[in-house]
Design a protein around this ligand. Structure first.
Ligand SMILES: [Zn+2]
Length: 272
């Protein structure tokens, strides 16, 4: 598959969601909102009320190249597929810090694989200021579980991906939250032990797709009468390191840097 010209950086998630939810972006956010997404809406569609963000680690464009037929199964739920660039270096805490601040690494301060609690303004702070109730459901001790701590939001730290999916379904059903982030890690964990296209990695990819569909369908159903957005927001891709034969990421190469984020927007329209 030929990767289309990119439409911006993965940091565009923050301004795009803030635009859709009618929330003032965090002070450090400097990316423009994605025109491919916001141009699909009429003024009266906004603001949307609810949001589910599903962040599955390392599901980059390299997989759309090799397993497009499988990945296409998410598109009925999130049809707006936007080609983007990761931030450099493309490693998990650097990328998710950018995704959830709208800022480049030089601004948010995580430049390499370190996982401090971010002190700068983030989308979570912006959402709290706008009285939105936020839940982060993640694998315990993952980057997302650690770097966004100390905010007035709910943190669900789970043992593994399976419990993340189960917890996310409960969090959706509980009706207590407006913005829910679900993070899963199995594909990334396995690519470092094998290679990005190994049978165990492809099995993890298939599980991610199945979980994505389950969580997104549950949100769509539960928020049927409420304007909402569902987003697929991986952090970076991966390549095979020729010196070890194993999977890795962190280089300024298309395999690591090319990402698709996918959005599904359901405004409440007249007569609905
Ligand atoms: Zn990652």
């Amino acid at each position: 598959m030929i990767f289309p010209p990119h439409q911006g950086s993965i940091a565009s998630l923050t301004p795009t969601l803030c635009h859709l939810l009618g929330v003032m972006p965090p002070s450090v956010s400097e990316e423009p909102a994605l025109d491919m997404v916001i141009s699909t809406l009429e003024d009266e569609d906004l603001p949307l009320e609810k949001c589910l963000i599903i962040a599955q680690d390392a599901i980059g464009a390299h997989l759309w190249g090799s397993h497009e037929n499988e990945l296409r199964k998410i598109l009925p739920l999130v049809p707006l597929r936007v080609p983007l660039r990761a931030v450099f270096p493309p490693v998990t805490p650097v990328c998710f810090a950018s995704i959830f601040t709208g800022a480049q690494p030089v601004v948010h301060g995580i430049h390499r694989y370190t996982r401090p609690v971010l002190e700068c303004d983030t989308i979570f702070d912006a959402l709290v200021r706008a009285d939105k109730k936020v839940a982060i459901v993640s694998v315990e001790n993952s980057s997302i579980d650690l770097i966004f701590r100390n905010r007035d939001i709910a943190y669900f730290s789970e043992d593994d991906d399976e419990s993340v999916a189960e917890r996310t379904l409960k969090v959706i059903q509980s009706d207590k939250y407006d913005v829910i982030v679900a993070y899963q890690a199995d594909y990334d964990d396995n690519l470092h032990k094998s290679d990005p296209f190994s049978p165990i990695c492809i099995q993890a990819l298939e599980q991610h797709i199945q979980d994505f569909r389950k969580m997104a369908e549950a949100a769509k159903l539960h928020w049927n009468a409420i304007g909402h957005v569902i987003a697929f927001t991986p952090d970076h891709g991966a390549h095979i390191d020729p010196s070890t034969g194993k999977g890795d990421h962190g280089l300024d190469i298309p395999e690591d840097m090319n990402i698709f984020h996918c959005y599904g927007i359901s405004p409440v329209r007249n007569g609905k």
